[in-house]
Design a protein around this ligand. Structure first.
Ligand code: NAD
Length: 534
């Protein structure tokens, strides 16, 4: 057995001869060397929610370490920004392959840190590969300089340029240890920024391993800095020094993060919570919808921001749908194995378990019916909770409007598309929605009227999320800004208009009165309108 993650050719982070749910001794220490910390730093014990066992310990950064990280990032950034975008994307092409090649080891770490199943860990591998490939191919064109129509045709020659913001501060959450930790950093880097990243302690091992792969892929030293620590102190210190703020987490924390960014007048992108609806219309393929619903509601035990928590059924198919769906939920295989085959894993922590339990117990106490699940499963692991379907949920129940961020879905019935749309929109959130109908034109029509950043027709969340060329993010209280596509990289830039003026331009020619000049300009504007110049 080696005391490190053996080598990049090894297939697993787990030493073969030791019990499961541990990592190789020394791995945490090796990975932590990439983070900025000081001698004698306080430490954080990484615990796997699958068993409650300690995986290793990680040193914690201080505010002064965050200062150090920013200093180094600023130094590295100017050299990095001097490279053309075509050169800056080269590391992404290599990262794409490295992540796919090292997937077994990454999935072990993801599962150990988050408690999710292997297939859900694989989703994160796919996501990182997809984002890397997309920005490797499209990044340079998203950042290209464009000619724009000038004020005076031919005489005013405008160019729109995109400059990096400088150093982007990223606070990443725990729920997608690989994907959420690095996929925002990738476009920020391609745009010519340096990044100071604070992954959540609960997902830091995966994040640090991914950063090793980014380094191996050829990102120059200094451009991506990592600090470790809690949110209120270290995370806040990262965001307070940033030239642009990238935050993912709850709406409550996002609001304070946005307020602070507003005080400093720096931009912020916020990916926040949701109470996401799925509507099954009366012409839906009920079998397919029920199969997808299981994935869309219980992936990562519902700890997915775009997970479905409200199931809106057209009354004409409600009974038929539930007849297929509920037995499927009851048959889901729960387990803590670091192997393929399970349908759902564990919640992340005692706090998440307490919140899920509270939402379900409160609903039941106020008259809701449990169609499936409804209880913790300590026999499987300390934080397991059954996938749960509630019927008869009323306004007075906590689960009705508050995000559970767990494996709990509430069933509602409607008699028309209009009623379904109104119900889907009757929330402060607007992150993701799913619509099921055999008539895709009808699906698009319904989708267009749902106030969510992504709408999946005949899918739960994966289709829109994985469409990396199109924007993804929240409306209303679900956030500001977008990931993916042009917006997902251009937000990390400052646009600039450099216009060269030729000829007499705006100066009033000698010998012409201001009044005559104004008349001539008025006539000129009318001609421009007729000519279709704007
Ligand atoms: P949270 O807001 O408590 O914490 C999120 C992250 O912010 C954590 O890593 C935490 O350490 C950090 N943090 C806390 N206080 C901070 C502060 N003052 N300054 C800077 N950072 C701070 O949320 P949570 O309960 O841990 O995570 C679940 C929430 O995150 C859910 O609401 C979920 O919907 C949301 N989420 C959204 C997305 C998305 O893409 N929209 C993705 C994942 C999670």
């Amino acid at each position: 057995m080696t005391d490190l993650l053996p080598s990049d050719t090894a297939s697993s982070a787990l030493p073969q001869s030791t019990p499961p749910h541990v990592i190789a001794p020394g791995l945490a220490g090796r990975l932590a060397r990439r983070a900025i910390t000081s001698p004698g730093a306080q430490t954080y014990d990484c615990v796997t929610p699958l068993t409650g066992g300690v995986l290793g310990s990680l040193p914690q950064s201080t505010v002064s370490d965050v200062e150090t990280a920013y200093k180094a990032a600023r130094t590295a950034q100017s050299r990095w920004a001097g490279l053309p975008p075509q050169r800056r994307v080269v590391f992404l092409r290599r990262l794409h392959d490295l992540v796919l090649d090292q997937q077994a080891e990454l999935m072990d770490l993801i599962q150990l840190e988050s408690g999710k199943t292997r297939v859900q860990a694989f989703e994160e591998v796919l996501d990182v590969a997809g984002v890397s490939r997309h920005y490797a191919r499209k990044g340079p064109s998203y950042l290209a300089t464009h000619r724009r129509l000038g004020a005076l045709p031919l005489l005013s020659q405008s160019r729109e340029l995109r400059h990096p913001k400088g150093v982007v501060g990223i606070v990443a959450p725990w729920n997608y240890p690989l994907s959420m930790s690095i996929t925002d950093a990738l476009p920020a880097l391609v745009a010519g920024n340096a990044v100071v990243l604070r992954p959540d302690n609960r997902s830091a091992l995966t994040a640090l391993r991914a950063i090793e792969l980014i380094d191996r892929a050829g990102l120059p030293e200094g451009v991506l800095q990592v600090v470790l620590g809690d949110g209120p102190t270290v995370g806040n210190a990262v965001l307070e020094r940033a030239d642009y703020v990238m935050f993912t987490g709850s709406t409550a924390t996002g609001r304070t993060v946005a307020a602070r960014a507003g005080e400093r007048l720096v931009g912020a992108s916020l990916e926040l919570g949701g109470k996401n609806p799925m509507y099954v219309a009366d012409d839906a393929d009920v079998e397919a919808a029920a199969e997808c619903a299981v994935r869309a509601m219980f992936s990562s035990a519902g700890q997915l921001c775009i997970s479905i928590e409200r199931l809106i059924l057209h009354e004409r198919v409600a009974d038929e749908f539930l007849k297929v769906f509920v037995p499927r939920v009851k048959a889901m295989k729960l387990g803590a194995d670091l192997d393929w085959g399970n349908d759902m894993g564990s919640l992340i922590s005692a706090e998440q378990l307490a919140k899920v339990t509270e939402h379900v117990d409160d609903a039941v106490a106020h008259g809701a019916t449990v169609l499936a699940g409804g209880k913790a499963r300590p026999d499987l692991g300390p934080y397991f909770y059954e996938p749960t379907v509630l019927d008869g949920v009323q306004e007075s129940m906590q689960v009705c409007r508050n995000e559970t961020f767990g494996p709990v879905v509430s069933v509602y019935r409607v008699s028309s598309d209009a009623e379904a749309i109104a119900m889907a929109n009757d929330t402060d959130y607007g992150l993701n929605a799913s619509v099921w109908t055999r008539d895709t034109a009808r699906g698009r029509r319904i989708g267009n009227r749902i106030r969510c950043g992504t709408v999946n027709v005949n899918e739960g969340y994966a289709a829109a999320w994985a469409s990396n060329g199109a924007p993804m993010g929240g409306m209303k209280q679900s956030g500001l800004g977008r990931r993916h596509g042009a917006e997902g990289i251009q937000k990390f830039t400052e646009s600039q208009n450099v216009t060269v003026q030729h000829g007499p331009g705006f100066a009033i020619p000698k010998g012409i009165s201001q009044k005559t000049w104004a008349r001539a300009m008025t006539a000129g504007l009318k001609v421009m309108k007729k000519a279709g110049l704007s």
